[in-house]
Write a protein that binds this ligand. Structure first.
Ligand code: AMP
Length: 220
């Protein structure tokens, strides 16, 4: 049972690769951002707590997101593997995850870091679009839909996330560098870290991740 974390700045392609990995290896992808956006849309108590942070591009409190993600993991069949996309994002979250997974006897196999520089991140984020219906993610420059503004998968209209603006990106990047980037050293120290070039085309990143997964010698 493969258990992975995708780590890296916003816009580096974690969501796209999480979906591809899930399809390739039969894993369940848990995206913290997607889960929070779902809670906000549904107007739940978690959604109400998270909304202001998500809109401004700052991090939801550790205790809130950790509880949400561990609950998500508990809904994954114990016989299935999973991919965490966007979680953990701080050292305390990583520590809480480690404890939570150890208690469940479901430890991580690897953490894949998507390396990317700030200029490239901003370019990617402002041209990112997603399907308002099925959540498929596109990029007007790098991964365009076949028909402009229409989802390849389900034909619905593409939309831009409210936090994918140039001003919010600056906050999200600063948040990433300050609070999340230290996780690279954290996971390197425990021998779990693997790196991919986030700026490479999506197909190439997918291949690189597939090689990493195969090198772990486990099945989905
Ligand atoms: P994302 O879709 O991963 O870019 O996440 C969108 C927003 O959700 C972030 O800017 C944060 O406000 C919030 N968020 C997602 N994951 C986390 C996390 N692990 N910790 C705290 N906040 C998070």
């Amino acid at each position: 049972m493969l258990r992975l974390v995708l780590l890296g700045p916003p816009g580096a392609g974690k969501g796209t690769q999480a979906k591809r990995l899930a399809a390739d290896f039969g894993l369940v992808a848990l995206s913290s951002g997607d889960i929070l956006r779902g809670e906000i849309k549904a107007g739940t108590a978690v959604g109400k707590k998270a909304e202001g942070y998500v809109k401004s591009g700052t991090l939801v409190p550790d205790a809130v997101i950790t509880e949400v993600m561990l609950a998500g993991i508990d809904r994954v069949d114990p016989g299935a593997g999973f991919i965490l996309d966007g979680f953990p994002r701080t050292v305390p979250q990583a520590e809480a995850l480690e404890g939570g997974l150890a208690a469940r006897r479901r430890p991580l196999d690897a953490v894949i870091d998507f390396d990317m520089n700030d200029g490239e991140i901003v370019r990617r984020i402002v041209s990112r679009r997603s399907c308002g219906n099925c959540g498929a993610v596109y990029n007007l420059e790098f991964l365009p839909p076949r028909v402009p503004d229409v989802c390849d998968a389900c034909g619905s209209a593409l939309v831009q996330r409210v936090d994918d603006t140039e001003t919010t990106v600056v906050t999200r990047l600063a948040t990433y560098r300050r609070q999340t980037a230290p996780l690279v050293a954290h996971y390197e120290a425990c021998g779990l870290l693997r790196r991919v070039d986030g700026a490479a085309p999506a197909d190439r990143v997918q291949l690189a991740i597939r090689r990493i997964v195969e090198s772990l010698g486990k099945r989905g």
